[in-house]
Design a protein around this ligand. Sequence first.
Ligand code: TNX
Length: 629
Amino acid sequence: MSTLPTPADRDATPTREPAVTGVDGVPPRETAVAGDGVPLRETAVADLVRAADRAATELLVPPAATLGHAAAARLGDVVPAPEQVHPVPGADHRLGPDTVIRVGADPAARAVADQLAALLRPATGYPLPVTDLADPESGGGITLTLTDDEALGPEGYRLDVDRDAVRVTAGAPAGLLYAVQTLRQLLPAAVESATPVPGPWILPGGSIVDRPRFPYRGAMLDVARHFFPVADVLRVIDHLVRYKLNHLHLHLTDDQGWRIAVDAWPRLTTVGGMGEVGDGPGGSYSTADYQRIVRYAADRHVTVVPEIDLPGHTNAALVAYPELAPEGVDPPTPYTGTEVGFSYVDPASERTYDFIADVLGEVAAHTPGPWLHIGGDEAFKVKGEAYTGFVERVQRLVAATGKTVVGWHQIAPAAHAEGRVLQWWGTTPDDPTTAEAVRRGARVIASPANLIYLDMKYAPDTPIGHDWAGLIDVRRAYDWDPGSHLTGVPAEAILGVEAPLWTESVTSLPEIEFMLFPRLPAVAELGWSPRSTHDWAGFRERLAGHAPRWTTAGITFHAAPEVPWPVAIGPGTAPAATIPTQPTGQAPPTAPPIPAGDPIPAGTTTRVEGPPGADGAISADGAITPDEA
Ligand code: TNX
């Protein structure tokens, strides 16, 4: 029996941090780090290495390729699917205690090499020193090289695996990082372990040439309806990186709370940051918190897109500064419900634009990425010319900060602004107003609510989430084409795809993960993989293999019934599992365990062991019931 972690536990307990990378960057070179974050002395490392290698060598008889969990993965077993995969039988590469990681002098490339070492050290127990490419002492191993080859683009990479070496090349450091994510998936799931486990650590031989279909691949986290501490946001960034997503949109302000400090308007957070949906305390990010998030993201080639939702969704700001409310409306009071569309800043008042200029100026100053998102949705009380005039003025304020404006597609009728991007969240692809804005020069981020809104329930009995845009199971999230979805909008106008997670009913990190996994990898494949690779049957098989990875990394997920999850997996890895949270509902009766390797039959429930605090019961429809505290 175990209990769910409380938010305070999460902040205090290192085991809830990302198991693999650790939250605050990578450990120093030449220093192995144990699962509890304590650096190991060199002698301890050497002992571990010897023990791990002895165990691996024993396991290598019979040959690894026939050894079940020890066999190399297939080279194409990657999510999102790579552009080109060329397996070479017999060219598998085995990592060992002597493996070195070699990289050139570019600091960003070196940072990726350090990240690779930090990913592999905990589970392998190998020292994996990061050394200079030119170092004649260290042949073989894993090399990371930046090339002038422009064909790979800013995010593409080439990976060549043979018996003697693993070679990664890319035109830019982001490509090296994506190659590292591919490498990670090609190793056994046990590589996600935070403590040393026996290998062997074998990479399948051959080559992969890979680059993304769309430049913008993202997810949104609503930190306004419920507030989430910095550590949770960093962990979400880790999840994005795993699947080669490169944008995190933070919905920072809404009726229930204002979550980002603005020096010129301090009551936005001291007053407007208190509270959230329900009776929780809320919270907000200080400038230092926000900088920590954007830096952590940038170190992983993720761009943060901050959203200040205007002119509606502004009740929290109005509670802090009632003078921004239009005259004649009721005095604003704190709001902890889930209705939308009732609040607005006064579009006719100059003070409103002074306020917005200050806010956007400060947020822009702390944001390294090129985007500022101004919301624009559901401003039901600001209509017609008052609305378009407001948006046009705010678009100019964004331009004055040097950033490019993004808004929900409701801003489409406003005049075009250089580079502007509409985030389309409609449910019917025929949207002439958006198509017209595209003809005037807008680009589009595709976020169709009925296909990839991560706050929608998977199934009628999903314990949290909405259903106003329908139920979204994994297949539905996967089986559509962002390039051709919108009528009258050509593929060239699609900047990419983003899956928003609204959090009216999402209250904790495990619940965030439950809604993200496994739909986030589906969205990632839509954003990254060429259309020619799109194939539900193949995707569900590849996805199924990720359950042991998530379990080992302590990631909560929904065991969607349309995916053939392994129920029991090989020795040395944790069982496929599950969500540690279910805010409501009765525990269904548990059935006897399912034989190893079989999918969960419809209508049954089986025991699962999850990450700490996550043991429970899971049924074929994916409903998961935690053990009682
Ligand atoms: C619509 S989508 C909203 C949000 C809600 C969401 C719930 C959009 C731009 N606005 O305010 O949280 O639905 O699914």
